[in-house]
Design a protein around this ligand. Structure first.
Ligand SMILES: [Zn+2]
Length: 282
């Protein structure tokens, strides 16, 4: 079934599991992503950056994902990842996305609240969920987290004010993870997570999941993380398989046959993550 983010994360806190939110990098990989969830009997969130949305097309994406959800019977949410401008968010909502993320985390708390409230109002009118961010998630250099000093942990006091004033459905927090990290592992601050979890009752989101070890992912879920974002690892798997497949390709080879192993590689990564996150239906 095609669900909102709020619906798909509904039982995560009580059930002590997280639902994986996996980045679509190209349209080719989408059926394999949903197939992974089907094999594991798990819900799945497919998320996509504004840049990739423009590459594939908002309408094509949402119609493809909705049709695959209907065909396979898998519970799927389609989520717009990190977006700063309301215009792009509006396009996603108008094209049938079931969830969006407004990322105004670089602004002051007051400005972040104002921008997020504007998005929540429009999204709620259309039955769409909203994720927002407070604090900062790090960046990387060549796959290695490079800016520990730049990570601003989310403050629990600010989080309470933010969630109460905006009415969001899920909160992305900064507690040591970094985007694009795949050659090293993140150093997480579990007490920051605990302090936020103690005072916030909506689902909490971990960004930069590729850079978190399996052991730490499990600890995060026990500590109250409901949604785990995995993007980089899928891109790495797809490109790695593609490099191998195309190396000895003959010009007469079918391009379809050449990308099947790349899509299979993505499926394998997702199946493994679902096991770690514990999201298979009991
Ligand atoms: Zn992110």
């Amino acid at each position: 079934m095609y669900l909102t983010l709020k619906e798909i994360l509904k039982n995560t806190r009580k059930g002590k599991f997280a639902v994986g939110s996996f980045n679509i990098h190209c349209l080719e990989m989408v059926p394999s992503m949903i197939e992974a969830a089907k094999v594991k009997n798990s819900p799945i969130i497919l998320q996509i950056s504004p840049t990739t949305c423009k590459y594939i097309g908002f309408a094509l994406l949402s119609s493809t994902v909705k049709e695959l959800a209907r065909e396979t019977g898998v519970d799927v949410a389609l989520h717009l990842d990190h977006t700063k401008d309301f215009a792009t968010i509006k396009i996603a909502i108008d094209n049938g996305f079931s969830s969006v993320m407004i990322d105004a985390s670089a602004l002051s708390l007051e400005e972040n609240i104002e921008k997020t409230k504007e998005v929540v109002k429009y999204a709620k009118e259309h039955g769409v969920s909203v994720e927002a961010e407070l604090g900062t998630i790090g960046g990387t250099e060549d796959g290695v987290a490079s800016n520990e000093g730049e990570i601003r942990y989310t403050s629990p006091e600010d989080a309470v004010k933010f969630v109460q004033s905006t009415g969001i459905d899920a909160l992305a927090i900064g507690f040591g993870t970094s985007h694009g990290q795949w050659k090293s592992k993140a150093k997480l601050n579990f007490s920051v997570l605990k302090n936020i979890h103690d005072v916030i009752d909506i689902p909490l989101v971990l960004h930069g999941g590729t850079g978190v070890s399996e052991e730490d992912l499990k600890k995060c879920i026990l500590g109250g993380i409901s949604k785990v974002n995995i993007g980089t690892e899928l891109n790495v798997a797809w490109v790695d398989a593609t490099k191998k497949n195309f190396k000895n390709a003959d010009l007469a080879d079918s391009c379809r046959d050449l990308v099947i192993p790349s899509n299979d590689a993505v499926q394998k990564v997702i199946e493994n993550k679902i096991d770690i996150l514990g999201s298979s239906y009991k």
